[in-house]
Write a protein that binds this ligand. Structure first.
Ligand SMILES: N[C@@H](CCC(=O)N[C@@H](CS)C(=O)NCC(=O)O)C(=O)O
Length: 215
């Protein structure tokens, strides 16, 4: 099977995670960010992740892909356990995370940004959503002053470094994908349990963190 992705994309990370967790073979194929044609031909619009199945059919939607792959062996691992507090926390931090992560993405050597045209496409589209990238980069310190204390709120909710709710749940897909995207940001302070969680999940999912590339 082939999974079409952008490396920076949190939805793609969710879909990538299940292959590593279950030890299933897959090829990750990174599309250029300004390639509208390829995903549109596959699923009718420019959107990733897209799973290309062995029978040539395409499946969009990250969590549909996750559940499809998880169920392939007839023994799905993902439980329905969810922490409502964690869900509220994701909404509360979403804006500051976007303002820290998105302006940094085209400066990281992700394959979807291999050309200037691809970087420009992303910058124009996302500037319309979140505003000027250089202004956000300049305000990083004030965003970190909000995010770093918020990360400390996660500590009591992390039941295990292998699974935030004690057993693998959709919250892990949300939390690890967010923490991995955040690893492009310098100056994020991870409290001990959050650090243990993101390191362990990076191993289990076979998706390394980007701390060394952080800006
Ligand atoms: N609901 C979709 C959302 C996927 C999504 O929004 N992907 C973004 C990339 S992070 C995308 O393809 N956006 C269109 C674009 O980048 O032009 C899912 O969970 O897979």
């Amino acid at each position: 099977m082939k999974l079409h992705i952008y490396e920076h994309c949190p939805f793609c990370i969710k879909a990538q995670m299940i292959f590593g967790l279950k030890g299933l073979p897959v090829t990750f194929h990174v599309l250029l960010n300004d390639d509208v044609t390829t995903p549109t031909e596959m699923v009718g619009k420019k959107m990733v992740p897209i799973l290309e199945k062995d029978d040539g059919k395409y499946m969009p939607e990250s969590m549909d892909i996750v559940h499809f792959i998880d169920s392939l062996d007839g023994q799905p691992w993902i439980t329905q356990r969810q922490n409502k507090l964690l869900n509220q926390w994701f909404s509360d931090v979403a804006e500051v995370v976007h303002k820290l992560v998105i302006p940094r993405n085209p400066q990281i050597a992700f394959q979807e940004f291999a050309t200037q045209a691809a970087r420009d496409y992303f910058t124009v589209a996302k500037t319309q959503m979140i505003g000027d990238f250089s202004e956000h980069l300049e305000r990083s310190k004030s965003y970190l002053a909000v995010l770093n204390p918020a990360l400390r709120q996660l500590e009591p909710w992390i039941e295990s470094e292998r699974a935030v709710n004690g057993e693998l749940s959709i919250d892990d897909f949300q939390l690890f994908s967010m923490l991995r995207t955040l690893s492009v940001v310098k100056g994020v302070e991870y409290p001990a349990k959050v650090e243990a969680y993101r390191q362990r999940m990076a191993e289990l999912t076979e998706l390394p963190l980007w701390d060394e590339k952080a800006l």
